[in-house]
Design a protein around this ligand. Structure first.
Ligand SMILES: [Zn+2]
Length: 425
């Protein structure tokens, strides 16, 4: 007797399989599983995917749009100023409430693992206290990883380094940074070296906001890769954003990409935010602000799509839907070949899981029983529709159900209803 049986779904690889779940584990996957279950989900004709994973988010700031006022210039720097005011006003309770509401949204969208940066700048560290509480509160349905993020600079802010270390001592999981926001390029490079040494000493991963600027001279990713190699941190380090790479000289990039590959650096572009924040000082032609995604992938560098922000001082939209993120990334990076579109889906599932180091992830026997049933034929159809999540299963339990996207039509001579599935290729 199984606890849960998902019948007849199509997996991302195109095969049709039943999936049996016992406790919080996948116990069998086969085209036809005999045996009964306490609960059966009919997924015939639907896509069954491992859950969505977001490798880059700001849960301490989410759902705060308009507080204390909206970002009029639309720039990164005005967003940082606004957040600087908001974090002094917000209580731990405010931040926990907003974060838990966002986690409800995420659960409803099948987004079941999130790496969130947490601002460690203020001495009160209320954001850290709040996010540690949230990590514990959601652990039965969302795997939350916290990154110690010195938003105002490791060296530029008073007590920036000391407060980052305090946050790590409190139980934050990953070392973060923001070298392009330090006072000088040399301070930025020094901060990257310092952060990598802190991570090496403590046995932690690194995920740095890196070169989130249009300035092609912002080359901290080079230092990040070199320090990763020097300290033997290969496979544990990610560079988030990397937007300056879109404006760098091609000859320089031809040297940089192999260095990043040698360091096994992961890259996390955040297309919704990058397309909005970058290029604000340009007239025309206006740069897109997204890093070199396909070029990195061609070098074997792991690239995932991150969401970054939902309804906060930097971004005025967002729904916790990683398909929105991949959809925007697909457009801005021009990943329109069928293989590239399918890869965009893999980036917000499997690749992101690898980047943040999830051990029990995937649709395989013995893995954690977390999955999503989507109202779609296949991954590309799911992306195209930003398909409804019919059923979300987290650690063996159904935690969310949504209706299909169906419309009743009352047009003379036309069908009475429709779904927007793509014709199969
Ligand atoms: Zn960020």
């Amino acid at each position: 007797m199984f606890d849960l049986l998902i019948q007849g779904g199509t997996l991302p690889d195109g095969t049709q399989q039943d999936i049996a779940i016992t406790g919080d584990r996948i116990t069998e996957i086969a085209p036809k599983i005999e045996g009964s279950a306490f609960e059966v989900v009919d997924a015939t004709g639907d896509l069954v995917s491992p859950p969505f994973v977001d490798p880059h988010f700001h849960l301490d700031a989410t759902l705060s749009y308009g507080q204390p006022r909206v970002n009029a210039s639309g720039t990164l720097l005005e967003g940082i100023d606004l957040w600087g005011e908001l974090r002094e006003q917000a209580t731990v309770e405010d931040m926990v409430d907003r974060a838990l509401t966002y986690c409800d949204w995420a659960a409803s969208m099948g987004l079941l693992a999130i790496r969130t940066h947490v601002d460690t700048t203020p001495d009160h560290l209320r954001g850290v206290t709040a996010m540690l509480e949230v990590r514990e509160a959601v652990k039965d349905y969302i795997d939350l990883q916290l990154v110690a993020f010195p938003q105002d600079g490791l060296y530029r802010a008073a007590n920036g380094r000391e407060n980052l270390l305090r946050a790590l001592d409190m139980g934050v999981d990953v070392v973060g940074g923001i070298p392009h926001f330090e006072r000088t390029m040399s301070d930025g490079a020094a901060s990257v070296r310092d952060l990598c040494e802190i991570a090496a000493d403590r046995g932690l991963p690194v995920d740095v906001h890196c070169d989130e600027t249009d300035d092609p001279q912002s080359r901290h990713v080079e230092t990040l890769a070199a320090e990763t190699i020097r300290l033997g941190l290969q496979g544990r380090v990610a560079g988030s954003h990397l937007t300056s790479m879109h404006s760098m000289d091609n000859y320089y990039v031809s040297k940089l990409l192999p260095l990043m590959a040698e360091a096994e650096l992961a890259a996390i572009p955040n297309p919704l935010i990058n397309i909005v924040l970058q290029g604000r000082h340009d007239s025309f032609p206006k740069r897109r602000g997204l890093t070199r995604v396909k070029e990195m992938q061609a070098m074997g560098i792991k690239v995932g799509w991150g969401q970054d922000c939902v309804l906060d001082p930097w971004y005025s939209l967002g729904t916790a839907d990683m398909l929105d993120v991949a959809f925007m990334g697909l457009h801005v990076a021009q990943m329109t070949h069928p293989e590239e579109m399918a890869r965009c889906f893999t980036m917000v599932t499997q690749t992101n899981a690898e980047i943040i180091g999830l051990q029990d992830y995937g649709l395989r026997v013995g893995a954690q029983a977390s999955l999503v049933v989507l109202d779609a034929n296949d991954p590309v159809d799911a992306l195209r529709q930003r398909a409804a999540r019919r059923v979300v299963v987290a650690k063996g339990k159904v935690i969310a159900r949504s209706p299909r996207a169906e419309t009743q039509l009352t047009l003379a001579g036309r069908p009475g209803g429709l779904r927007r599935r793509a014709p199969k290729l």
